[in-house]
Write a new protein. Structure first.
Length: 176
């Protein structure tokens, strides 16, 4: 979900490695598909993290956990607008009007992959392998059950009907 950009390859490599250790939603499989881009640069006294027109400044040297907490706070309040609702991938929630629904981890992962692949969709088998990487057996009804539960929860909590389409094994979030 996050793309890291940096003008210093050594700094970029270390930031990515530290973020990976914390399992911090870094989308390496989708280098061209991400929700947010964080740009890092440093001078003699500070490390800077920018997203669009917002900036965080860290005193150097800085503790990694403090840096990660600030970055998490920075991106967790960011949302993606999809078809009349706001999706907060880091908070695992969807807001519409003044209503909110909290997603389970699996539901959030489904929304992440469908949102990152809005235009062309994603192969169901690829989605399942990303959501359940340790499963040896793949059962399509398992995914269908989670999709139905997600659809029902959004309808019940937000009074919003989310739609999925599936054609030739490609699953897509249907938006107007």
């Amino acid at each position: 979900m996050i793309n890291i950009e940096c003008n210093d390859n050594f700094l970029k490599k270390n930031i990515i490695n530290l973020i990976k250790q914390k399992k911090f939603f870094l989308m390496t499989e989708y280098s061209n598909k991400f929700f947010f881009k964080l740009k890092f640069y440093q001078d003699e006294k500070f490390l800077y993290c920018l997203m669009k027109d917002e900036k965080i400044k860290f005193n150097l040297p800085c503790k990694f956990n403090e840096m990660l907490d600030k970055i998490y706070d920075f991106v967790s309040n960011k949302n993606i607008y999809i078809d009349n609702f706001y999706y907060y991938p880091f908070k695992q929630l969807i807001k519409s009007d003044k209503k909110t629904t909290l997603l389970s981890e699996i539901q959030n992962n489904i929304m992440i992959y469908l949102s990152l692949n809005l235009e062309n969709g994603i192969e169901k088998l690829e989605l399942m392998k990303n959501i359940w990487p340790k499963d040896k057996d793949i059962f399509l009804n398992k995914l269908d059950t989670h999709l139905t539960n997600l659809k029902n929860q959004i309808y019940n909590d937000l009074n919003y009907e989310i739609r999925f389409s599936s054609k030739s094994g490609i699953l897509k979030l249907s938006i107007n």
